[in-house]
Design a protein around this ligand. Structure first.
Ligand code: ATP
Ligand code: LTN
Length: 335
């Protein structure tokens, strides 16, 4: 048993979030809450992936502010900067350099053509969006492969990108030997895909034009309450977990269970015969309590603390990344 724990502690976790909007409870549930639990067991590296964010137009001042904001969100959620490495992607040039090398060795056009995130984000503008948006998954592969990552905890929508990182690593290894670890995605069973409050067929997303689709982690308690009360429900009035026939309610039940630390079957039992109104009011209270606790921690972190933590993280991550990059440069013949 002790040996098993030791082996686990040697495993490496890498994940990141783009500072491209107001982080919401979907990001928290699908990604960050998983990371917090993993810190005791694994070596964890969490990045604020700003070079991914610029694949879509960003306002420079807002981007600067959001980089700080996302770092505070990691910390307020319980990521411990003593235990885990927290860093800003663009401060380590090895990420973009390895991405370029992987563009040339390992990444195929046919792979990128299959990426559903690109298709959704580019929509009808596939010919005029930036090359960066198309190449996004290769930069993500570089992030992961630089650190000998074993596990990548993400929401359901990012699984395809992690699978591509595996393919790229295998192709590179076939040509040059066992240089990259083959990473595995980790997706939680419930809550891997929190849906929009306004449309249960769409994922809750921080870059949705309609901000009522999501509860942002920094929304005021009043606004969060309003959004819950306005959330769409399904026809009927019974509280049931039924993804096919009651997708909106099932989504609300998932949020309730995870943020309120309850089990879905128990909630369904407790709300039998009570109707949607009462359920939504209680859910709003659960969400408000969660946000209140979260924001209290968030507001206690200063910008200076964040700058210092990011600088310490940069130093630690750079030492790891530059080692891997030197090996790669030698293998391909540029050194
Ligand atoms: P955008 O809409 O700007 O692409 P996003 O809200 O999807 O943003 P990302 O930065 O792409 O956020 O995702 C950060 C992490 O949060 C990823 O691991 C992603 O899988 C997870 N995530 C995002 N949205 C959800 C969601 N609705 N449910 C569960 N996990 C999610
Ligand atoms: N594409 C991811 C963010 C991301 C990431 C990573 C996640 C960039 N690099 C490396 C895990 C590992 C997203 O959530 N949109």
């Amino acid at each position: 048993m002790r040996r098993e724990n030791k082996e686990k502690k040697e495993q490496i976790i890498f994940s990141g979030i783009q500072p491209s909007g107001n982080l919401n409870i979907g990001n928290y549930i699908g990604a960050i809450s998983q990371w917090v639990k993993m810190q005791d067991k694994y070596h964890c590296i969490f990045s604020i992936v700003d070079y991914h964010a610029i694949t879509i137009k960003q306002d420079p001042n807002l981007l600067r502010q959001r980089i700080i904001e996302v770092t505070k969100i990691y910390l307020a959620a319980g990521i411990d900067s003593q235990q885990s490495i927290i860093f800003q992607q663009s401060t380590i040039p090895a990420h973009t350099e390895l991405a370029w090398i992987l563009n040339c060795y390992g990444a195929h056009i046919a792979d990128l053509n299959k990426m559903t995130q690109f298709k959704t984000k580019a929509g009808e503008h596939q010919e005029t969006v930036s090359v960066g948006l198309y190449d996004y998954p290769v930069l993500m592969a570089a992030d992961i492969l630089l650190y000998n990552t074993d596990l990548v905890p993400v929401g359901e929508d990012q699984k395809q990108h992690v699978e591509l990182a595996r393919d790229i690593a295998r192709r590179f290894n076939n040509e040059f030997g066992e240089i990259f670890k083959i990473p595995q995605p980790v997706v939680r069973k419930d809550g891997a895909r929190i849906m929009s409050l306004l449309d249960p067929t769409k994922k809750m997303s921080k870059s949705d034009d309609n901000q009522n689709n999501a509860i942002a982690l920094l929304d005021s308690l009043e606004l969060a309450q309003k959004k819950i009360m306005k959330a769409v429900t399904d026809s009927g009035s019974e509280i049931e977990y039924d993804l096919e026939n009651k997708p909106a309610l099932s989504n609300l039940l998932t949020i309730y269970a995870i943020l309120g630390n309850r089990e879905i079957p128990r909630l369904v039992k407790d709300y039998r015969g009570q109707g949607y109104g009462k359920f939504k009011k209680d859910l709003a209270k659960v969400v408000e309590k969660f946000l209140h606790n979260f924001q209290e921690k968030y507001n206690n972190i200063s910008d200076n603390d964040v700058r210092q933590i990011l600088e310490e993280g940069r130093i630690k991550a750079e030492a790891l990344a530059s080692q891997k990059l030197s090996e790669v440069r030698k293998l391909i013949g540029v050194r």
